[in-house]
Ligand binder design. Structure first.
Ligand code: PLP
Length: 418
């Protein structure tokens, strides 16, 4: 197949210095865990398209559901109207999520789901007649998205948004406790800002884009307990972790906690359509339940609850019921832990860590990223290192032989580049 793509003229690409970056590769098709390029190569995908494609690409059940919905009603505004795909999806999410996380607000990207969560927490206090709670406690190393509010709770120094500090609402930052016993920093931050905090936000069990930094469930449980003891809602950003990535359907389950607000996106539609959800517990929802129109949540993205995306998400949830997705995630977890263990302790390797279907290798010093990316391409795999991290987050349906190819590539390439 020949093509005159890509062009640098009209397309402005994500996180890319357009002047310096090499031209991106042109993808023409996907199938299973493969990305097919215009030059005919079929790369084994180690990233599942930014952690979304949990069922692999082109699952026929999702394709059929979306095609059926496309013929029926591709989109309809959600103000004043509702539709079965959204009603069904909200009910199914409420049933799947722990506790009384029952109130589902749809949007169209992870960042916006976080914006909605921040806004919900802020307005919850206002609706209760409490003003002055204008800050959110967030953890260093965190990543919650690229919009202004979401950026304000990303890591303030290391994160990719540090240049925007002056434009963002100022928040309270704290190191993630390293163990359930090490709570002094968190407790003192909560105490120091007791009058001004509106919420605590955390990525449960793993800070993804901040470097695949993992913490045990007891730490998450401790964060939840301390937030609660200060009367603060806990926002669990499960945009990366939700839908099986950590080995359970939601990471919060492993800590036995019910956050007050949960953000979902990415794998919600099995990685096929743009959809996100901010889900609140009943106590949060009740702060908006009022005779006063001004107490309503003032948010409403044009494409919220898009019927195609809801149909895709319903089909994705079907697959969690009918196919052994969580068993597959656990099998991947074992294979990743075994396969990457040999890199531990090698010169130039600072750490190897795994959690569920996430495997990460951290270099001791920043590697030559272009060389690293090229080495993976030479081996026919799509692995996208960032910072000092090489990681694998494959589709949960990946064939064992393809997973082995990904692991073999990491095991071969990392020592060469370390
Ligand atoms: N929150 C977390 C934990 C994420 O990993 C991401 C994306 O990587 C986001 C929020 C932002 O999601 P989106 O890119 O869909 O806006």
């Amino acid at each position: 197949m020949t093509s005159d793509l890509p062009s640098k003229k009209n397309l402005w690409r994500p996180y890319t210095q357009m002047r310096l970056a090499p031209s991106p590769l042109e993808a023409v098709a996907t199938r299973g865990s493969r990305i097919v390029l215009a030059d005919g190569r079929a790369l084994v995908d180690g990233i599942a398209s930014w952690w979304t494609a949990v069922h692999g690409y082109n699952h026929p059940h999702i394709a059929e559901a979306v095609a059926d919905q496309l013929a029926r009603m591709p989109h309809v505004m959600f103000g004043g109207l509702t539709h079965a795909p959204a009603e069904r999806l909200a009910a199914r999410l409420a049933a799947l999520l722990p506790g009384d996380l029952d109130h589902v607000f749809f949007s169209d990207s992870g960042s916006v789901a976080v914006e909605v969560a921040l806004k919900m927490a802020a307005q919850m206090w206002l609706n209760r007649g409490v003003s002055g709670r204008t800050k959110v406690l967030a953890f260093r190393g965190g990543y919650h998205g690229d919009t202004m509010g979401a950026m304000s709770v990303c890591d303030p120094e290391e994160g990719m948004h540090r240049r925007f500090g002056a434009y963002l609402p100022s928040q309270v930052f704290c190191d993630l406790p390293r163990s359930a016993a090490e709570t002094a920093a968190l407790e003192s931050a909560l105490a120091a800002h007791r009058e001004t905090l509106a919420a605590v936000i955390v990525e449960p069990l793993v800070q993804g884009a901040g470097g695949m930094v993992m913490h045990p469930p007891e730490v998450l449980a401790t964060i939840a307990r301390l937030a609660r003891s200060h009367g603060l809602p806990l926002i669990a950003d499960e945009i990366f972790t939700g839908f099986g990535r950590t080995g359970s359907l939601f990471a919060c389950e492993q800590a036995g906690i019910v956050p007050d607000i949960m953000c979902l996106s990415k794998a919600l539609t099995g990685g096929t359509m743009a959809l996100a959800a901010t889900v609140a517990r009943t106590a949060v929802f009740e702060a908006f339940w009022s005779e006063d129109p001004a107490a309503a949540l003032m948010h409403g993205p044009t494409f919220m609850a898009n019927p195609l995306a809801c149909a895709a998400a319903n089909a994705s949830l079907d697959l969690f019921e009918t196919e052994p997705r969580l068993d597959q995630a656990r099998a991947i977890a074992h294979r990743l832990a075994d396969g990457l263990a040999g890199l531990k302790g090698l010169p130039g390797v600072a750490d190897v860590r795994t959690l569920g279907a996430i495997g990460a290798v951290q270099f001791a010093r920043a590697p030559d990223l272009p060389a690293l990316k090229a080495a993976f391409l030479d081996r026919g795999v799509w692995v996208r290192p960032f910072g000092d991290i090489v990681y694998l987050t494959p589709a949960l349906t990946i064939e064992p032989a393809d997973l082995d190819r990904l692991i073999e590539a990491v095991v071969a390439v990392v020592p060469e580049q370390a």
